[in-house]
Write a protein that binds this ligand. Structure first.
Ligand code: NDP
Length: 444
């Protein structure tokens, strides 16, 4: 089957998995040209083998809430590919989690991890449990119950989970504690751990910082300085916070943040002090972004995303499909010159088309947010050799990796008119690396 036939077949077999089909379609359409140059791929049915995960675990998670009620949630782990290293990818706790979303994330993760230059396969997991509004004790009991099932499928050389939406340092620590007890070992089976028990410096910052390092490379191709640029950021969690931190350090002006209820617009810009407040609000009090607007007396828009606000650079850092076609048109009409994705698949296919037709700089999450998993890879290395690297060492490695990912995108994505199609570049570079590995390892 050629790539288009495989896609049609996947649509027939998985009709109720829109996010998964969206991610697969984007990759297959952008690699078609290269794929057709390798007739052996078709014979080996390579595309289908790379699109369908190696295996999917799903399980019931049973836990007790603070009132003594017994509750259930669904838990999942999708092991997509371990062609180039152990399965690796985050855990998401959010009410919207379902197999389609996790399959899209595990698929993307496989090619993203291939781009990092580190030996990591791709996976993703999670649950439809939402930590929002739950007490610490409830979150702990849930994490322990989740790992009671998950631990059978993971290990330092098998599958190494990390955080994602709804899973930060607190949740990783609870899961690691339970895993350690069940497996009777102290190994680096989770990344994003606390510094005291094997975590890496810069891991919390890595996705946000990495996105900005990638953005700087993109801006360099056009001789544009980031200083003074007005930036809109969505989300207010891990990725958004450290994106803002790096932007402030570099002299850019960030005017928005959001959460699932709405967004704030601060025309004076979010400075370091305001950012500290956001970190406290989100990490300690687990409050809403609306409270920022109340404290700093600025605009709050309920039920909306920040893309209508004028900016030079947009950094979506919340969730999938948060920039639609109309948002993209508004961004371009308002003079936006670059979009760099901290979140996974935040732009819809129609929005991506708008950015690319307008020839603005556009980096897909697969490339731009790979700094998070890359630093998780560095955490795995430090755990293996039982050493900790300094902040400067890890940051320098992260920068190198983001520059290398950018170079791969340019190599495979430069078009005849000089425009760099980062989607095509990232997909071809990632896909070809995994594809060639799968071929030499035989039919499995
Ligand atoms: P967090 O849970 O720390 O923060 C997520 C933020 O996005 C919160 O502000 C949350 O609001 C908001 N959000 C979540 N779901 C929705 C939704 N459906 N609609 C609107 N807003 C929403 O997660 P992260 O910062 O870790 O992750 C953000 C994105 O970055 C995700 O796409 C993730 O896959 C991606 N990513 C994360 C990496 C990491 O290292 N953490 C690595 C690579 C990618 P609320 O508080 O209201 O839920």
């Amino acid at each position: 089957m050629n790539a288009q036939e495989v896609l049609n077949e996947l649509k027939r077999r998985f009709p109720n998995e829109p996010e998964y089909l969206q991610a697969v379609t984007e990759v297959l359409e952008s690699i078609e040209e290269v794929y057709n140059q390798y007739p052996e791929f078709e014979k080996l049915n390579l595309v289908e083998r790379l699109c369908i995960p190696d295996r999917i675990f799903s399980f019931r998670v049973t836990w007790v809430d603070d009132r003594g009620n017994v509750r259930t949630n669904m838990g999942y782990r999708i092991q997509h590919s371990n062609a180039i290293g152990p399965y690796k990818g985050g855990i998401r706790f959010h009410a919207s989690v379902n197999p389609s979303i996790l399959k899209f994330l595990a698929f993307e993760q496989t090619f993203k991890n291939a781009l990092t230059t580190l030996p990591m396969g791709g996976a993703k997991g999670g649950s439809d449990f939402s930590p929002r509004g739950k007490s610490n004790a409830e979150v702990m009991r849930f994490c322990q119950a989740f790992v009671l099932e998950l631990w059978k499928h993971i290990g330092p050389d098998t599958d190494v989970p990390a955080g994602d939406i709804g899973v930060g340092g607190r949740e990783i620590a609870y899961m690691f504690g339970m895993y350690k007890k069940l497996s009777k070992e102290f190994t680096g089976t989770f990344t994003g751990k606390g510094l005291e028990f094997g975590g890496s410096l810069i891991r919390p910052e890595a996705t946000g910082y990495g996105n900005i390092y990638f953005l700087l490379e993109m801006l360099k191709t056009k001789n544009i300085d980031i200083k003074g640029k007005v930036c809109t950021v969505s989300g207010s969690g891990n990725v958004a916070q450290y994106t803002v931190e790096k932007l402030i350090e570099l002299g850019a002006k960030v005017v928005t943040l959001s959460d699932s209820n709405g967004y704030i617009y601060d025309p004076d810009g979010i400075d370091s002090e305001k950012l500290e407040y956001v970190k406290e609000l989100k990490e300690m009090y687990r409050g809403r972004i609306r409270e920022y607007a109340e404290k700093y007396n600025c605009k709050y828009v309920e039920g909306a995303r920040p893309w209508g606000e004028k900016c030079d650079i947009a950094l979506p850092s919340a969730t999938q499909n948060e920039i639609g076609e109309d948002d993209a048109k508004t961004l371009v009409a308002n003079g936006c010159i670059a979009v760099s994705e901290g979140a996974n698949m935040p732009s819809t296919p129609a929005a991506i088309e708008v950015f690319q037709n307008a020839k603005i700089l556009y980096a897909p999450g697969k490339a731009a947010n790979a700094g998070g998993v890359a630093t998780s890879g560095l955490e795995m290395t430090q755990n293996s050799v039982r050493m900790s690297w300094s902040r400067e060492e890890v940051d320098a490695k992260l920068k190198d990796i983001m520059q290398s990912i950018h170079a791969q995108c340019v190599k495979y994505g430069a078009e005849p008119d000089g425009y760099i199609n980062y989607v095509k570049g990232a997909n071809i570079a990632g896909f070809m690396k995994v594809a060639k590995t799968v071929i030499v390892q035989g039919i499995l």
